[in-house]
Design a protein around this ligand. Structure first.
Ligand code: GSH
Length: 208
């Protein structure tokens, strides 16, 4: 059978989510570290985003679609449960992760904290406005985690793989760390998830 290729730079959280899922399932894959908008990526994703996937003659874009394919096409523990409720709950937390957690942690907090015009400095008003929204996300995740320590059921699912790289990124910033630390179930979850081989084996290389 052809190699499974996960296409995209290792610094992308969504690329890492798929790699974490492959590690959790024991699915071998090759990482093809393409930048967004490269010719290889743009040939698959109409908006040039990573991750993309190639498996024989199957090409896909959008991380959740790729996760669903890998979960069905390969053996190993199910990362998206088969039952109606479990599958819907994974979908729910992936959507919430992508629409709210990614927005308020990555787009509105991390990105403006890291990438800014050196002459002007960071947009502190934008960053400050993101903090209470990050808090809402942290509170919601904490409440969901308090029963079993996982977002869906009592084991790792793709919902966890999707959101953990975002949370781990937030923890690298003092304000992000402070927000997350207010929530005990969430704090324990991040500690447990980031200690798993699926997370440590997929760490991006240090930036030059
Ligand atoms: N909805 C997409 C989001 C992917 C995404 O935002 N990828 C980022 C890297 S983490 C990217 O390619 N950004 C470049 C761009 O949007 O032009 C998915 O789930 O795959």
């Amino acid at each position: 059978m052809a190699d499974l290729e996960i296409i995209g730079i290792p610094f992308s959280n969504y690329v890492r989510s798929l790699r974490m899922m492959c590690e959790e399932k024991g699915v071998p894959y090759t990482l093809v570290p393409e930048m967004p908008h490269s010719a290889v990526v743009s040939a698959i994703h109409p908006a040039g985003q990573v991750p993309c996937m190639r498996h024989g003659d199957v090409t896909l874009f959008e991380s959740k679609a790729i996760a669903s394919y890998i979960d069905r096409a390969f053996p190993g523990p199910k990362m998206i449960p088969d039952d109606a409720v479990g599958a819907a709950k994974v979908e729910q937390w992936v959507s919430y992760g992508n629409v709210k957690v990614d927005r308020w942690i990555m787009r509105e907090f991390v990105v403006p904290s890291v990438f800014f015009d050196k002459a002007k400095g960071p947009d502190t008003a934008k960053i400050a406005a993101a903090v209470p929204e990050m808090d809402k996300c942290a509170k919601a995740l904490d409440a969901a985690l308090s029963a079993t320590g996982h977002l869906v059921g009592s084991g790792v699912t793709y919902a966890d793989c999707n959101v953990v790289p975002m949370l781990a990124t937030a923890q690298q910033f003092p304000q992000g760390k402070e927000v997350l630390a207010k929530y005990p179930a969430l704090t324990a979850y991040i500690a447990a998830m980031t200690a798993r081989p699926s997370f440590t084996n997929t760490a991006p290389p240090p930036r030059k």
